[in-house]
Every structure is written in C-alpha cells, then in structure tokens.
Design a protein around this ligand. Structure first.
Ligand SMILES: [Zn+2]
Length: 449
C-alpha cells in the first residue's frame, strides 16, 4: 500500500500548488471586528476557503464559534491526532519592497511568492494534501486526524484559546509552523508593561512593538547639546536634525535581541547620564542597559534545553504617565513567577509597577518523548538529512497550546526563511518534500496497525 504512496504524492503536487495560490490571494491580515467577524472579513474568507479545500478532499469540516477557528477531520477511533496551524498572516509591510503584489501569488524560479506562502498557508496545505495522498493510497486511520485552523496566531491567539475552551483536545500532534526537523522546546513568552506616574514632565515615545528591537529613537526635548556630547562619549551612533537628536540602533526580533541594537536603551543610558530624572529612563539605564539577558535583574538565567532568558524593551511612552512595553522570553525550566518576582522588585525600586499583558506558557518535551522520536525518525528516513538535530526556539507556535505536541517543519534546512519579510516565498520542491515527510509522519501516528 505504501509502495503506491509516492505516486499518489506526486499526483497531489499540482492541486497543492493551486490551493496555495488561492489561499495566498486572500489578504488575511487581522482587522479586528471588521464586518462583524472576529478578525475581519479576509481572515474569515481564508478560514472558509481552507475548510472548502479540506471538504473537497473528503474531510468532515467544522466552522467554529463564529469564525474564531475551524477544523477538518478524517478517520475513526477514540484517539485524536491534531495538526495545528494558522490562516492569518502578518501585514505586507512596505509595498515597494515587494517584486510582486504580496497577495498576487506568482511562481518564479521554482518559488511561489506571496504573503503566507511560508507562514503558514503553505505548510498547512502540505500536511492536508499529504493526508489526501494517504487516503488515495488506501491507508485507513485507526485514529482521527484533525487539522485545526487558527485565525489569530500572529496577534493574540484568541482563536486557539477559544478552541481549547470549547473543543476536544488532541492527545498528541504537531504544528507545521516552524523549521524541520523538530522544535521540542519553546521559551515561555511574557509580554508586560512597567508603568508609573510621570513626575519628571519628560515627553518621549518610540518603538513599534513588544517583539521588535527598536532601531531608532528621537529626542526633541531640552538639553540636546549635552545629550549629543554624552552620546559621543558613549560611542553611540546618532544624528542631529533641526529640532531633535536621533539615536540609531538596529532592528531585530525580540527572540534574538543580541542581534540588534536597542535605540531605547541607548537613549535612556545617555539621558540618565546627563541627569534626566525619569523613573522609566532610570530603570532602563540602570537595571537593563544594553544587556539582552537583563543579568542585573535576573542573574544568569538559562537552562540546557533552551538557553538564556531574553529581554527586550520594545516601546517607551512618557506622556501623562510613564510606560515601558517589554518582551521577555523565559527558559523552559524556569518558573514564570520567579521571573515576575525579580522584575517586580527591580521595577518597584524605581517607582514602577509590573502589569502582565500576555503570557504563553513554554513548550518542552524531552528528547526521548515518543512524539519527538517518531517525528525525528520519519524526518531522517524521508529527507535523508541525518545531521540536523531537534532544536529549541525563542519563537512560539500553537504546539505549546496542546499536550504532546511539537513544531515540525515545514521549512527545510536548505531554504531561506522569508516569513514576515517582503517577497515571502515557498520553495515548491521543498513544499512537496514536506508533503512527503508529513504523509509518513501522519501514517506513523494515526494509521491502523
Ligand atoms: Zn506562523
């Protein structure tokens, strides 16, 4: 039966590509509440389209809770294997940075271009069409296999949280929303505010997101000459415009803040050094500085599976009140309340209060866990790559929202990561290889013995 599989997989390549182009065409960026849909009409359209594709392949489909999520199921039996991904995409960014329209899928040099091709429409469809190939090869499923389509992954995970409240949880599964082979550890993700009254009267605002290292900060207050002199002394890059000093940093994702230069931190260090009296500025300058691990606050906080704690001051807003917006990635074996206690204590020393904004609990399965072992074995056999090892990540996938779940593909080691960037694209040959890997993986997890 499985000898026939490769020809059924080949037969699914063209339908997979066509379905991906259809889905990429839908600009499913979160537009909260628009048109009466939880995340806007385009996200809803992408959800309905994915369910339609699955229905046409022979899945039983369910449109969940007014469009918060949907799922497509096949097979029979008590046990449920979950495959979790998402249909929402991040915004296109600057259109002039794209060679083609971000939502006008184009095939060129073996790549399919368009927002969502890698994250996460391509990977989800690769797994979906893998099941179709298994069905055509006559595989019967001793467990149910359920594709869970989230619609709010790039923002606040309200979709998957609704799903968890209302629906059956799979006993095991994977999320095709990362790299191959297997991501078995994802750090705890804490986003928080430190707030307090603004006693200094200093006005300052900058940064655009919790999870991005800010690459520039503008200061248009008093004492610009002294500030410029201090920046020179510190060796921090800046430029002076007619009415402001602009401190230059380097953007990076908050999971790897050490790859960036935090412009908020640099401005705060310089402002503190010239004697500006602001609680938030002093906190950043004296407790954090340019240390991406915030060692002064947390000590050497790290573990073997997932590495060091990462800390990013993503936004600062000094208006009527003072507010810092911070992204903190916590090693998988470190308790959240330990981190909160240390951070609260440091904040209190500077007259600031800790307030949680969002929390995603970590993912950690031991390397000898059966799901890690099964998926690694399949990956090695099908891809021929015996070098790549299970990995840990500072990023977050739905895998952490379900028990016995890991992130598994679909980006192969030889493919450039273009998700969230202009000219996002999926290498079609790799997508077909991923479909093959998924077919064997799902067969291994759910086929009748
Ligand atoms: Zn994703």
């Amino acid at each position: 039966m499985l000898a026939e599989l490769s020809h059924h997989l080949t037969a699914q390549q063209a339908p997979l590509k066509a379905a991906l182009a259809e889905l990429v065409r839908i600009p499913s960026v979160c537009d909260e509440g628009a048109g009466g849909f939880p995340f806007g009409p385009a996200v809803d359209q992408a959800l309905r389209q994915a369910l339609q594709i699955a229905g046409d392949l022979g899945f039983r489909t369910h449109y969940g809770d007014g469009g918060y999520y949907g799922y497509a199921e096949i097979g029979a039996g008590e046990e449920l294997v979950g495959i979790l991904g998402h249909l929402d995409v991040v915004p296109a960014g600057k259109l002039e940075d794209w060679d083609h329209g971000p939502f006008e899928p184009v095939e060129r040099d073996g790549m399919l271009y368009g927002r969502g091709a890698q994250d996460d429409k391509g990977p989800m469809l690769a797994a979906l069409f893998a099941v179709k190939a298994l069905m055509d090869a006559g595989v019967s499923f001793g467990k149910r296999v359920r594709f869970i389509f989230g619609t709010d992954e790039e923002t606040l995970w309200r979709c998957i949280n609704r799903y968890r409240e209302r629906e059956e949880l799979p006993g095991m599964g994977f999320s095709p929303d990362a790299r191959f082979p297997v991501t078995y550890a994802e750090k705890g993700l804490l986003q928080l505010h430190l707030t307090g009254p603004n006693a200094s009267g200093l006005r300052l605002a900058g940064g655009s997101a919790f999870n991005a290292v800010p690459d520039t900060m503008r200061y248009d207050g008093e004492g610009q000459d002294a500030l410029a002199g201090k920046l020179d002394e510190l060796g921090f890059a800046y430029t002076c415009t007619a009415d402001a000093v602009e401190v230059h940093g380097k953007a990076a994702h908050a999971m790897v803040p050490e790859e960036g230069v935090n412009a908020i931190a640099r401005l705060c260090i310089a402002l503190d050094a010239v004697g500006v009296q602001s609680n938030a500025v002093r906190f950043v300058a004296q407790e954090i500085g340019e240390d991406p691990n915030a060692t002064r606050v947390f000590g050497a906080c790290a573990d073997e599976p997932s590495g060091k704690l990462k800390f990013n001051v993503g936004m600062i807003d000094l208006g009527e009140a003072e507010q810092l917006s911070i992204d903190c990635r916590i090693p998988v074996t470190v308790a959240k309340n330990e981190v909160e206690a240390k951070l609260s204590a440091a904040a209190t020393r500077h007259g600031l209060a800790y307030r949680e904004f969002d929390w995603l609990a970590p993912l950690y399965l031991p390397l000898d866990h059966f799901i890690v072992e099964t998926l690694m074995r399949v990956y090695r056999q099908v891809s021929g790559d015996t070098v790549s090892q299970p990995d840990s990540s500072g990023g977050a996938t739905y895998a952490r929202a379900m028990p016995n779940c890991v992130a598994f593909g679909a980006i192969l080691p030889d493919e450039m990561l273009t998700e969230h960037q202009p000219n996002e694209r999926a290498m079609l040959a790799n997508l077909y290889k991923a479909m093959e890997i998924y077919a064997h993986a799902i067969c291994g997890l759910a086929a009748q013995a």
